[in-house]
Design a protein around this ligand. Structure first.
Ligand SMILES: Nc1ncnc2c1ncn2[C@@H]1O[C@H](COP(=O)(O)OP(=O)(O)O)[C@@H](O)[C@H]1O
Ligand SMILES: [Mg+2]
Length: 315
């Protein structure tokens, strides 16, 4: 449903996003986890067609976001970091206005607006001006605006930021319900958020992907195991994953990237056990090219150290 390939974004000399690739399957809720400044917002702005990448491409719901931006954007609902509200409009007028822009047929507008207000629990402030809303309500009206045209893909930038604990729980439940019918990417710098809401997590730090895995696997990887990054050119051979998994001491193998005959893997092993010799032998003895082999464990730990673990509201 979403395919990000070798995306890079530079702001002058700053590389905000550095060659990231990942996929999101239909109906999946993917967490985009990383400390402040990691490049989450930049990636989302590129994915929603808000700005072009420096390099790489993104395909959303079958459409290249830069070659067919209108078709792609029609299928995307976007909650930016700061919800795009008009302070002088009431919540109902604003949502009606957005539904018009988003091409919701006139006859369906009222029902759609009522439906999203119900789901995001903003119906009680329907007549209030957007400029007078609390941060929690602004965030939820922002979410309502992203849902109006019933998009296949939802891209939510820190959807629970600024909400109180009760609103955080409600918003997470809403996002979970949206998964399945919708494909969702949400960003967060709060660790428990991903385990409670997401099926899979992309961890980014300093613009680079550090790990892609399920929340459970990530937790167990942090809890006393080593991760090696290996890049292999196996020609046309497809049995690399099995070969790596068969190395003594290896507990888990995940492919993270592939380009032509070259593929990258993250290989986990029992902590304290150095598998580098066996791992390199397994590759080289099969006649494959070992292009890179290095430990990853520290960078994953480093990221987690910089994440917020608290559940309380934050700024
Ligand atoms: N408009 C911009 N101009 C220059 N640098 C930017 C701009 N937006 C973001 N950056 C820089 O890009 C990096 C990634 O930022 P951002 O994508 O906002 O990260 P996150 O959302 O993960 O906190 C940071 O170093 C930030 O300072
Ligand atoms: Mg951000």
């Amino acid at each position: 449903m979403i395919e990000v390939q070798h995306l890079t974004k530079r702001y002058g000399p700053t590389t905000a996003v550095d060659d990231i690739s990942f996929r999101v399957e239909p109906g999946e809720i993917l967490g985009f986890l990383g400390p402040n400044g990691a490049g989450k917002t930049t990636t989302m702005r590129v994915l929603t067609g808000y700005m072009p990448p420096t390099e790489g491409r993104a395909v959303v719901a079958g459409y290249d976001i830069f070659e067919q931006p209108i078709a792609a954007k029609r299928r995307i609902g976007y909650l930016p970091e700061t919800p795009p509200l008009y302070p002088e409009m009431t919540v109902r007028d604003y949502l009606t206005f957005v539904s018009k822009i988003r091409g919701v047929p006139r006859a369906e507008r009222r029902a759609r607006v009522n439906d999203v207000m119900e789901r995001t629990r903003v119906a009680d402030v329907a007549q209030r001006h957007c400029g007078k809303l609390s941060k929690g309500y602004r965030q939820r009206v922002g979410l309502a605006q992203a849902l109006l045209h019933n998009p296949e893909v939802l891209i939510l930038d820190e959807p629970t930021a600024g909400l109180d604990p009760k609103q955080i729980i409600e918003t997470r439940q809403l996002i979970k319900q949206l998964g399945g019918d919708h494909t969702v990417i949400l960003s967060t710098h709060i660790l428990p958020e991903v385990s409670q809401t997401c099926q899979r997590v992309v961890i980014i730090n300093k613009g680079r992907v550090v790990a892609i895995d399920t929340p459970d696997n990530l937790t167990s990887r942090l809890r006393g195991s080593e991760t090696m990054y290996v890049q292999i050119d196996a020609g046309a051979n497809g049995a690399v994953q099995d070969a790596l998994a068969a190395v003594p001491g290896v507990t888990h193998v995940a492919q993270t990237e592939s380009r032509g005959t070259v593929a990258s893997y993250e290989v986990n092993s029992d902590s304290g056990r150095d598998i580098r010799r066996e791992l390199s032998a397994a590759v080289v003895n099969r006649g494959w090219g070992l292009l890179e082999l290095r430990p990853l464990r520290m960078s994953l730990e480093e990221v987690f150290l910089h994440l917020t673990t608290e559940e309380a509201p934050h700024e």
